[in-house]
Ligand binder design. Structure first.
Ligand SMILES: Cc1cc2nc3c(=O)[nH]c(=O)nc-3n(C[C@H](O)[C@H](O)[C@H](O)COP(=O)(O)OP(=O)(O)OC[C@H]3O[C@@H](n4cnc5c(N)ncnc54)[C@H](O)[C@@H]3O)c2cc1C
Length: 330
């Protein structure tokens, strides 16, 4: 990709008046890992129209961009992001409940939706109480916990599509699967979603939510910066158990450490770099492959060199580095 001069881009984006525009914004401020070099340009959109206007503007000029939700499933390169990082959460905050349907902007936190549903006596989002991040990120990841996932509640999603503009897609078109969706393979940006819930006794809902939170606190390192599960479970196996069985708990690279509480979590115990997390991930993948011939696939998504927009995936990076998915040991 030829070098892009981002200074005039930042100036033009300020003139668009869609929200805050910052240059060289440390991504460590915007990720739950507290890791990541500077975004060349960071835009914090403040309205739904601002989100769409910015996306259209970037598309027309073919400027690379990366969408940021709450940054709870991202590993951002220490070298930063040579693109416009578009933080859309503040622009997409509206929620409306009609009977058993919830319409929500994709910037709303999943935990907030879980509480709102409980207050309205609606079941279906109890599982979401323990998942950080926005509705948008949860759609992309088909986030799930405690045996449930987004696929069970989504009826439709309003997306911005660079070809067709704003349009509604039905859940089936999103091709939700275990920690997967078509959003990971297409340039669609989720703007709002319609969720279908069901009436349930409010006390039962709150009991379930309490149980889920208690379980979470006793099994995961909630007090330390992390990005949730690093690898997907190679079903029917569990990544955490495989990593634990190769002795992974407590492995360290710089200030990144495999959690002693849950082996599929890498925590930042100080000033960890993305490179430290990568080193641990490579070590884990290799050890598990050598013992079990199982290739662990990352759940955490990579943002950094090697990608240029919403279609970036971890898998791309592994290939570009010559590691390859079939050769997990360098
Ligand atoms: C302590 C902890 C516990 C966790 N537990 C769980 C768990 O139990 N289950 C689980 O599934 N996950 C879990 N996660 C991971 C993470 O919270 C989820 O994947 C979450 O859904 C990500 O949401 P986000 O807003 O932070 O997305 P981000 O991390 O900001 O982004 C994730 C991906 O989605 C894209 N994206 C974000 N918003 C949009 C949008 N509106 N349109 C298009 N693309 C978008 C981004 O470009 C990126 O590729 C956990 C994370 C932490 C830190």
């Amino acid at each position: 990709m030829s070098r892009i001069d981002f200074a005039p881009i930042a100036a033009d984006l300020r003139r668009l008046n869609v929200g805050a525009v910052r240059e060289q914004e440390p991504m460590a401020r915007h990720t739950s890992y507290r890791i990541g070099g500077p975004a060349r340009v960071w835009v914090g959109t403040e309205s739904a129209q601002g989100v769409v206007n910015t996306l259209e503007w970037l598309k027309t000029r073919q400027i690379p961009y990366v969408i940021l939700g709450q940054g709870t499933n991202l590993l951002v390169s220490d070298r930063g992001v040579q693109a416009v990082v578009l933080s859309i959460a503040d622009g997409l905050k509206d929620v409306a409940i009609r009977e058993e349907t919830m319409d929500s902007g994709s910037g709303v936190l999943l935990t907030k939706l879980s509480h709102l549903a409980a207050r309205a006596g609606l079941g279906g989002l109890e599982f979401a109480i323990s998942i950080p991040g926005t509705l948008g990120g949860a759609l992309v990841m088909n986030a799930g916990a405690h045996g449930s996932a987004m696929v069970e509640v989504v009826r439709s999603v309003r997306v911005w599509d660079p070809v067709a503009g704003v349009r509604d897609i039905q859940a089936v078109e999103a091709e939700f699967a275990y920690r997967q969706s078509r959003f990971q393979r297409s340039p669609w940006i989720a703007l709002t979603a319609e969720l279908v819930l069901h009436p349930r006794d409010a006390d039962e809902i709150r009991d379930a939510m309490r149980r889920f939170m208690t379980h979470r606190k006793s099994t995961q390192p909630v007090g330390q910066p992390n990005a949730g599960s690093v690898f997907k479970n190679p079903r029917p196996l569990y990544a955490g158990r495989l990593i634990e069985s190769v002795g992974g708990k407590g492995w360290r690279a710089g200030d990144a450490e495999v959690s002693c509480l849950h082996a599929n979590f890498i925590v930042n115990v100080g000033r960890a770099k993305a490179e430290d997390v990568l080193r641990l991930m490579r070590r884990i993948r290799c050890a598990v492959y050598q013992r079990y011939h199982v290739i662990l696939r990352p759940e955490v998504r990579w943002v950094g060199p090697g990608e240029g927009g919403a279609s970036a995936t971890w898998e791309n990076l592994w290939y570009e580095e010559g590691v390859g998915l079939t050769e997990p040991c360098e």
